[in-house]
Design a protein around this ligand. Structure first.
Ligand code: ITT
Length: 209
C-alpha cells in the first residue's frame, strides 16, 4: 500500500476529491482506479464527461505529451484533470522507443507488433537494461504540477505471461524473475512506474486538501 501508516488519514482527506483522467487507454484507467481506490479519489473518465475526441499527442517528450493532453482537456472542459504519458526506455537503444512507444512498429497502438520489433532489435544483445518512465501532468485550481515514476528492469528474450498490457509480457522488473504480465496487476500496481507517479500525485493531493 502506497501511503503506509498514513493511509487512513489520507483516505479521509482525499475521499471527496474528483479528478478527470485524460486517457483513452482503458488499461491505464483501470490501473489508476485500482491504485487510488483505497484512498477514495474519484477518477472520472473521458467517457464520463462525454469527451469522444482524439486528444493530440504530438510532442517529442513524455513531459510534453502529458501536458498537451492535460491542457487540451482543461482548456476545452474547464475541469481539474491529469494526464499520464509513459514510455519504455531501452538503454542500448539510446532510450528508444521512449515517447514513441505506442507507435514503435507503425501508426496504431499495436502491442504485438511493437514487442516483436523490440525483440528483433535486441536479438543477440547482452545489455537488455530498460525502464518504464511515467510522467503525470496535473492541472488543479489554475496551478500546474508534474510527477514522475520510474521502474527499472530488463527486456526478456521472449514474451511471457498473459496479464497487463502493452510491453508488459517482455518487461521484467529488477528484483523479480517474472515479467509484469506474469506478476499480474496486484503486484504490478504496487511497484510500477505508474504506481509510483500516482503515489506522488496522491500524496500531493492529500497535502493540499
Ligand atoms: P493515452 O495517451 O490515451 O493515455 P496511450 O496508450 O497512448 O494512452 P501512452 O502514450 O502513455 O498511452 O503509452 C504509450 C505506449 O506505451 C502504450 O500504448 C503501451 O504500449 C505502452 N505502455 C504504457 N504504459 C505501459 C505499461 O504500464 N505497461 C506496458 N506498456 C505500457
Amino acid at each position: 500500500m502506497f501511503y503506509g501508516t498514513h493511509s487512513l488519514s489520507l483516505y479521509k482527506k482525499l475521499k471527496k476529491m474528483k479528478l478527470v483522467f485524460a486517457t483513452n487507454n482503458q488499461h491505464k484507467l483501470d490501473e489508476v482506479r485500482q491504485i487510488t481506490a483505497p484512498y477514495g479519489i474519484e477518477i472520472v473518465s473521458l467517457a464520463d464527461i462525454h469527451c469522444q475526441e482524439e486528444i493530440p499527442e504530438t510532442a517529442e517528450t513524455l513531459e510534453g505529451n502529458a501536458w498537451q493532453k492535460a491542457h487540451f482537456l482543461q482548456e476545452k472542459y474547464g475541469m481539474d484533470c491529469f494526464a499520464d504519458d509513459t514510455g519504455l526506455e531501452v538503454e542500448v537503444l539510446h532510450n528508444a522507443p521512449g515517447v514513441y512507444s505506442a507507435r514503435y512498429a507503425g501508426s496504431g497502438h499495436d502491442s504485438e507488433a511493437n514487442m516483436k520489433k523490440l525483440l528483433q532489435n535486441l536479438a543477440g544483445e547482452k545489455n537488455r537494461k530498460a525502464r518504464f518512465r511515467t510522467v503525470i501532468a496535473l492541472t488543479i485550481g489554475g496551478k500546474e504540477y508534474t510527477f514522475e515514476g520510474i521502474v527499472s528492469g530488463k527486456i526478456t528474450t521472449e514474451k511471457r505471461g498473459e496479464g497487463g498490457f502493452g510491453y508488459d509480457p517482455i518487461f521484467m522488473p529488477d528484483g523479480y524473475d517474472k515479467t509484469f504480465a506474469e506478476l499480474g496487476n496486484d503486484v504490478k500496481n504496487q511497484i510500477s512506474h505508474r504506481a509510483q507517479a500516482v503515489g506522488k500525485l496522491g500524496a500531493f493531493l492529500a497535502s493540499i486538501s
